[in-house]
Structures are given as structure tokens and as C-alpha cells.
Design a protein. Structure first.
Length: 203
């Protein structure tokens, strides 16, 4: 009787197909492990850099000197300085710009007029907190101008031009007298006005 082998034969193709999933699984596990390792190393390097920056900033902060406490003497000096600045600002606000007033007057005077005297008073003292007071008599007293011209028309021209000066108000003719000098009539006049108070003096 002939012997028969009942065991299945070894198939090489079948063995290869059986080992492929195992190899793929092992390779995937290795790649995942490598990727996790790289991510860990990158994160660890970032944390190390941030820690170094934090240490550097703490070292710089430690070098900065603490704020100096302000003494009572320094506080007193600051208060005194503020008071002086306020006083100077108040005085400047009450100051009349006389250079501007006189320049405006000289610009409007006609050529046929010459002055004898000019008297001007400030409407308010720079150091006074009181507002300027008007004259009780109704006659302007802050600005008085005396001069000469050749006719009454010249006096009227001076009067009308002085009314155009922004820093003067209540311009009035106080007197006008005609006199003969040689063969020429000369008119002596006096014009009074008030100087407008600065804006800071009227508050």
C-alpha cells in the first residue's frame, strides 16, 4: 500500500502575505515613536529658550534701582514752583501789550499831525486780582493824547482814525483850540480814550 502525506504543503506566497500586516504594523509603530520623539525634543527646546529669556529679563529687572521716595521738601518745592507759574501766567494775562497799542496809534495818525504829549495807564494792574473799573465821571482817563494840526478837519480825521484802533475804546475829543502862529492857524487838540482791558483781566 502506498503512503499518502495528508499534511498541507508549505506555500511561500501564503507565508509572505501573512507577514506583510505584521511588518506594516511594526513600521507604523516605529514611525509614530520617532515622530513623538521629535515633537518632544522640539517642545523641550522651545521651553528651554523661553526659560532663558525669562531668566534674562529677571536679571535686568534686578539691576533696575527701586523708585526713589519723594521727600516732603521736594514736594514743597514742586508746589512752590506751581504757585509761581500760576502767578506769572495770571500777570501775563493781565498785561497790556503797549508796544502793539503804540504801533497801532502811530499807524493811523495823519501826516499833518504832530504830538505834544501822550499819557497812558493800564486798565488793570498785573498783580491785582480785581477787575478793571470804569471812570465814574464818564470821561476816559486811560489814554490821553495832545497834539497839533492845521485845521479842525485834521482834528476830526485824527479822532475818526483813533476810533479804528482795536485796543482803544470810548475815544472822545476833550478840547480843540485854534491859535495863530505867525501867519498860520494852528489847532491844539486833546483826545481822551480808554485802553481795552486784556481778556484775562475781565474774568
Amino acid at each position: 500500500m502506498r503512503a499518502v502525506n495528508l499534511l498541507p504543503r508549505d506555500d511561500p506566497n501564503r507565508r509572505t502575505k501573512t507577514n506583510v500586516p505584521v511588518v506594516v504594523g511594526v513600521a507604523g509603530a516605529v514611525l509614530s515613536t520617532a515622530l513623538l520623539g521629535m515633537m518632544y525634543m522640539s517642545a523641550s527646546g522651545t521651553v528651554h529658550d523661553r526659560q532663558q529669556q525669562l531668566d534674562a529679563l529677571r536679571a535686568e529687572l534686578a539691576v533696575v534701582p527701586p523708585p526713589v521716595q519723594q521727600s516732603s521738601a521736594q514736594a514743597g518745592l514742586q508746589e512752590e514752583q506751581k504757585a509761581r507759574v500760576t502767578a506769572v501766567s495770571t500777570a501775563m494775562a493781565r498785561r497790556v501789550a503797549w508796544d502793539r497799542v503804540l504801533r497801532e496809534v502811530t499807524l493811523v495818525l495823519p501826516e499833518d499831525v504832530w504830538l505834544q504829549t501822550l499819557t497812558a495807564n493800564s486798565p488793570a494792574s498785573p498783580g491785582s486780582a480785581a477787575a478793571p473799573t470804569a471812570s465814574t465821571s464818564g470821561v476816559p482817563t486811560g489814554f490821553t493824547l495832545k497834539g497839533y494840526t492845521y485845521s479842525q478837519d485834521g482834528v476830526a480825521r485824527v479822532l475818526s482814525r483813533l476810533m479804528l484802533v482795536p485796543d482803544l475804546n470810548d475815544v472822545q475829543l476833550s478840547s480843540s483850540t485854534v491859535s495863530l502862529v505867525g501867519t498860520q492857524n494852528i489847532v491844539q487838540f486833546t483826545i481822551a480814550a480808554n485802553v481795552r482791558a486784556p481778556l484775562g483781566a475781565t474774568s
